[in-house]
Structure formats: C-alpha cells, structure tokens
Design a protein around this ligand. Structure first.
Ligand SMILES: [Zn+2]
Length: 72
C-alpha cells in the first residue's frame, strides 16, 4: 500500500467525521504521534501516526494558520 504524504500545516480530510460535523483537520504537529486541529470546532486531537494514516482520506489544502499553534 502506498504511503500517504502529508506535512505540517496540511488540511486533511478524514474518513471519520468529528462530533462537530467537520471531517477536515489541520496537521499541527508531527512525530510518533500526529497532532491535528479540527477545522470545524478547533479541538485538538492526538493520534498515533498509523491510526492517523488509516483515518486520513486525502490532503485537501494548506493552512497558513499553524504558526501560533506549534506548542501548547
Ligand atoms: Zn470538530
């Protein structure tokens, strides 16, 4: 299976819809775990990379709003 390509600041579409109704997430931190922020409600979610790659459908765009989100 092809490995999914994504990078920091990418807006990705997930297979699973967030309770707020949005399935778009923005990647805000990459490592062993991927931290992403829901584009709908702003909630941040931490997922192991394997799970993230499984749940991610595709990259749909780029966000330029990651600067202020690097660390909590
Ligand atoms: Zn949400």
């Amino acid at each position: 299976m092809e490995r999914k390509q994504f990078e920091l600041g990418d807006i990705v579409q997930m297979k699973k819809v967030h309770p707020c109704g949005s399935n778009e997430m923005i990647v805000i931190r990459m490592g062993m775990d991927i931290r992403m922020k829901c584009a709908g409600c702003g909630h941040s979610i931490l997922l192991p990379r394997a799970k993230f790659e499984k749940n991610m459908k595709k990259v749909i765009g780029k966000s330029e709003l990651t600067d202020g989100w690097k660390e909590d």
